[in-house]
Each structure stands twice: as structure tokens, then as C-alpha cells.
Design a protein around this ligand. Sequence first.
Ligand code: 5GP
Ligand code: MG
Length: 185
Amino acid sequence: MSRPVAGVLSDLESVLIDAEAIRQRVQALAAEIQADFGPGELSVVALMDGSLFFVADLLRHLDLPLHLHTLTVSSYHGGTSSSGRVNMAESLPFSLKTKRVLLIDDILDTGLTLSSVQQRLLKDCQPEIMRTAVLLRKQRPREQDASAEYVGFDIADEFVVGYGMDYQGRYRNVPYIGILNPSKL
Ligand code: 5GP
Ligand code: MG
């Protein structure tokens, strides 16, 4: 007889944004992005791992010829607040020179991650144009000047998980965006 498998959904205190709201908003964002960029090739740079689900859903609504590049960056180190440092590869594994670039991340929080990546890509890669999309933007003062042209949802300054976003590597597979039960932090 198989033993019951412990789920993760019971670790969440509440649902902040449900799966259907995410689906609709992501589809609308894709339409906005497609209209703004117009026809022609797009180079997508997706920041891993947090934007994995967002990118997968967003891109399938873009009817454009595109190249997908991923870049692994981290500023969180297992906790719920920014470490203040951004780790990124010394040499970038793609060329974006004269390309039209869409940079994608999951959350704009302190701004440290996006400002570091934006500066790095502009300086090292010289794209023709670069715009940024984030699924979530936290309403809080930014420590670094970073902004995004496309924002899925503005949320309060609280720690969220699900739809690709983790806490200590877990909860990425939660199909909605939720708040963890404080006893799990
Ligand atoms: P920033 O550098 O803007 O402070 O933080 C951006 C990164 O921190 C995001 O790409 C995301 O990976 C992580 N992050 C920020 N806030 C949250 C949050 O509420 N939940 C999770 N899981 N990650 C977060
Ligand atoms: Mg991230």
C-alpha cells in the first residue's frame, strides 16, 4: 500500500493572486509587449530560476520570431530579504549586439538585481533596444534605480512564493502566488 505524500499547499497561509488571474494578466501583458515591439526578431533574456513559469507562459502568447536566453542570477540566499549582492556569470553566454531585447524577471523588489543586470547588458551587449518585464513589483522604496516597462501586478511589500518563486528552493510548483504561513519561515 502506498503512503500518502505530504503536499506543500498546506504550508501557505493565503492566496495572493490565483491561477486564473495570473493567466489573464500574463496574456494581456504579452499582447502589450507584442504591440509595442511590433514585427521583427526579439531576444528574450530570462532571469533564472524565479521567472521560469512566467517566461514559459508569457512567451507562448508572443507571435514573434524570438530567441530565448537564460541568465542565472541570485541576490537572495535562502532567506526572505535581499543579500545586497548580485551573483552573475563573469562572461555572458549570448550576444545581444543590435538586438531588440526583452529582459524578464519575476519580482522587482529592492531593484538591486534588475539594475545590475540592466547596466551589465547595456554596457557589455549594446542591444538596439532593451525593455524589461516583471510579473510582480513590490510597493516599496527602491535601493537601486531600476524600473520595468511591463508589470504584471503591483503588490505590497511581503514575501511571496509560488508560480516559480521559492523559499529555500521550495514552493516553485505552487500554481498560484501565495503567502507562506509564518511558521514555515
Ligand atoms: P531585488 O534584487 O529587486 O531586491 O530582488 C529581486 C529578486 O529577489 C527577485 O528576482 C526574486 O528572485 C527575489 N525576491 C524578491 N522578493 C521576493 C519574494 O517575495 N519572494 C521570493 N520568492 N523571491 C523574492
Ligand atoms: Mg530572481
